[in-house]
Design a protein around this ligand. Structure first.
Ligand code: 5GP
Length: 207
């Protein structure tokens, strides 16, 4: 069985990764969304084990030492990381996995999973991005400024990704991502075994 596709989705704070992610989850039920671990405090409405696994700094550092994280990064003033085992098991089962992580973490994944698909969600403009972060109303002024400043820096790093998707409308952006996933899964390099099946007189897509 072919391994699942590892899809990495990055984008600056406030670009709408969460909203686009929810649409993807509804449209592609077999996609496994990795739930990250973080030392940041939950925002109102966020649920343990659904949005994040919220842990203390000591516990997070222990996970790093034990090699339990596939990647991790310090983003703003907190640690974020991807639990390793559940992701690797899903990929082995042939399930596609989506990681919604920052550019530092994506770099770590790229070195270990060169066959991953790296997507960057861009805002239609920087002004729109500012308005969205302010509109969310969940950050202190100091934190807002930190996020604005790093947004531009992060956008510069988008050049290293495979695809950009503009989040003008979340539904449209999600559809574009689904098209990319479909096309990636049809790449010959991921399907060389099908040629062998045909050569053996087998059937690869029988009615
Ligand atoms: P937020 O605090 O807004 O939920 O997330 C802040 C940033 O951390 C976002 O850019 C998000 O993509 C990133 N992030 C969330 N989970 C992870 C993770 O597991 N690893 C890394 N490297 N970044 C993450």
């Amino acid at each position: 069985m072919a391994e699942g596709l590892l899809i990495v989705l990055s984008g600056p704070s406030g670009v709408g990764k969460g909203t686009v992610g929810k649409i993807l989850a509804a449209e592609k039920e077999d996609l496994f969304f990795s739930i990250s671990m973080t030392t940041r405090s939950p925002r109102p409405g966020e649920i343990e084990g659904i949005n994040y696994f919220f842990v203390g700094e000591e516990e997070f550092k222990k996970k790093i030492e034990q090699g339990d994280l596939l990647e991790w990064a310090r983003v703003y003033d907190d640690y974020y990381g991807t639990p390793k085992e559940v992701v690797l098991n899903s990929l082995k089962r042939g399930q596609d996995v989506l990681l919604e992580i920052d550019t530092q973490g994506a770099g770590m994944i790229k070195s270990n999973f060169p066959d991953g698909v790296f997507l960057f969600l861009l805002p239609p403009s920087l002004n729109q991005l500012k308005l969205r972060i302010i509109g969310r109303g969940t950050e202190t002024e100091e934190k807002l400024n930190k996020r604005f400043n790093s947004a531009y820096q992060e956008i510069l790093e988008a050049k290293g990704y495979d695809y950009f998707v503009v989040n003008d409308f979340p539904e449209r952006a999600a559809q574009e991502i689904l098209h990319i996933i479909r096309a990636e899964k049809l790449k010959m390099k991921r399907n060389a075994h099908l040629i062998e099946i045909l050569r053996g007189d087998g059937c690869i897509q029988c009615p």
